[in-house]
Design a protein around this ligand. Structure first.
Ligand SMILES: *Cc1c(COP(=O)(O)O)cnc(C)c1O
Length: 498
């Protein structure tokens, strides 16, 4: 079987996995998806049950990445998920809360958020893809971050041959812990810069650099090209499919579900990359009853799943689960393409309407198919806080704000639907990354600032601080400069001339 990739917007090119990863986005503006999806046979599942996390990941990724040898992928997965990179024995362990509820903890990596699951391995996939496509220039990854992605990308790309990475964060727009994590980053091929402005300013600045032809010509003659590490790249999605398959295997191994028993996945959602990976796992043969797409006050997806109309013309709220504060979920495009039976004409029309008027409505057929497997559920800031407090009081289990949104969304869904299928809540960040909000939720008025809050949360809850965050306030900042938006271009030049 030849696994080729094509665009969701109907472009005629059929390209290899390496090309899809090297390119990131299709020239027609669409996202790359595999032409066919691999199926997991019963025999394959039986083998997977016996494997470690990194073996499972290498196996799943190999099914999608033709042209990468098993030896290559095992090496990458071993480095990414083994070798002490993750603080738990499995990179993606399950925590059982009650008979029917499990939390899939995706935050045991070096930056304590689920972005590590993809960004620990994606740099290897990108750098190999550049070799396989005969790209001789060095990739300069530019990232504008509102927090979690920047640090995870820095940790993933540091020391990776053929790449450099520069992260821009809004000077006053990230949490103290997030800032400390970034400005103390180690590695020779990395740089971090504060931008005088908010996240939109930083993001607009990076976008302008990507479309600056004079800059790319100049960089190219110096042996560089600009590249991106966000979740529109297939290389970020495919490693995420692995932990859904792995969770299913772990539930079978522990006897928590019968053979062929179905499960629900409830995922705190922003850009729709994480939950989309769950859906791909289902297409491969993992028996899923429902995907619960959880949102905070920015409930554009809840509205979408209930009405079939996606409408971004609405207020934007800043919440205590900031990684889900988003009005346009880019990866929904991939789901619509697949669910509509690969109707690239319909998808192009939806996306054109979205950028022109901020709204589109899917056909009745697509809506029915979405209803069969998806449901949206959202909760308020108060509900998020109460869920953190209740979960800690009732079960001595400490969860972060994003995970709390998902757990509350699951509880609401259960009440409305009466569905008692065993459910996996996807836990996307360590509570220590959002310690101020978590402490508030527990009724503790945090008088301390910055890194001290980490120790306070630990002593208030008796929960150990994750290793990567220990002593973070005592490290010397390496990157203290800031630039105005119009200074970003020179910052990139200075970094690459170094
Ligand atoms: C990025 C992120 C999310 C949202 O994931 P998507 O793939 O963008 O839907 C949820 N929680 C946390 C903690 C995140 O960092």
């Amino acid at each position: 079987m030849k696994m080729r990739y094509h665009s969701t917007r109907g472009g005629a090119d059929r390209i290899s996995a390496a090309e899809a990863i090297a390119k990131g986005l299709s020239a027609d503006g669409g996202l790359y998806v595999p032409e066919t999806l691999p199926r997991l046979t019963g025999d394959a599942i039986a083998e997977l049950l016996k494997m470690s996390y990194s073996e499972r990941a290498a196996y799943i990724i190999s099914l999608f990445l033709e042209g990468f040898s098993n030896q290559e992928l095992s090496g990458y997965a071993g480095n990414a998920y083994g070798c002490g990179t993750f603080s738990s024995e499995s990179a993606a362990p399950l925590h059982q809360l009650d008979a029917n509820t499990h939390f899939l903890e995706l935050w045991h990596g070096p930056t304590c958020a689920f972005k590590d699951m993809a960004l620990q391995i994606m740099p290897y996939l990108l750098s190999a893809s550049l070799k396989k496509t005969n790209e001789k220039r060095e990739a300069c990854i530019l990232v504008a971050t509102s927090g979690d992605t920047g640090k995870a990308a820095l940790e993933g790309f540091r020391g990776v041959a053929g790449t450099r990475i520069m992260v821009f964060y809004p000077k006053d727009g990230v949490s103290e812990v997030q800032k400390l994590q970034m400005v103390t980053q180690e590695g020779d091929n990395v740089s971090v810069m504060a931008v005088e402005g908010n996240f939109d300013d930083a993001q607009a600045g990076v976008k302008a650099l990507f479309s600056d032809d004079a800059l790319s010509a100049e960089l190219s003659s110096g042996g560089f090209f600009l590249s991106s590490a966000n979740s529109i790249n297939w290389g970020r999605l495919v490693p995420q499919i692995a932990y859904y398959v792995s969770a299913y295997c772990d539930l079978l191994n522990s006897g928590s579900i019968p053979p062929d028993g179905k499960i629900n996945f409830c995922v705190p959602t922003g850009n729709f990359g994480n939950i989309l990976s769950a859906w791909y796992a289902e297409r491969m043969g993992i028996p899923v009853n429902k995907f619960i797409c959880a949102s905070n006050r920015n409930d554009v997806l809840t509205q979408f799943f209930s009405t079939g109309a996606y409408d971004r013309n609405r207020p934007f709220y800043t919440t205590i689960s900031p990684s889900m504060d988003i009005l346009v979920s880019s990866n929904l495009e991939r789901l619509l393409f697949e669910i509509s039976g690969k109707d690239s004409g319909a998808v192009s029309a939806y996306m054109t309407a979205l950028s022109a008027v901020g709204r589109y409505e899917v056909s009745g057929v697509v809506k029915d198919e979405l209803d069969r497997v998806f449901t949206g559920s959202c909760c308020s800031e108060e509900e998020t806080m109460l869920t953190i407090a209740d979960t800690f009081t009732d079960s001595s289990y400490l969860i972060d704000t994003h995970t709390a949104v998902a757990y509350k969304a699951l509880q609401k869904y259960r009440i409305i639907s009466g569905d008692d299928t065993p459910s996996v809540v996807v836990s996307t960040a360590s509570p220590f990354k959002f310690c101020e909000s978590v402490l508030n939720a527990l009724g503790h008025d945090a008088a301390e600032a910055g890194a001290e809050l980490i120790d306070t949360l630990s002593s208030v809850t008796g929960t150990p601080v994750p290793a990567p965050l220990r002593g973070i306030g005592r490290s010397e900042p390496r990157f203290t400069e800031s630039v105005p938006v119009h200074g970003m271009k020179n910052a990139v030049r200075a970094f690459l001339n170094n």
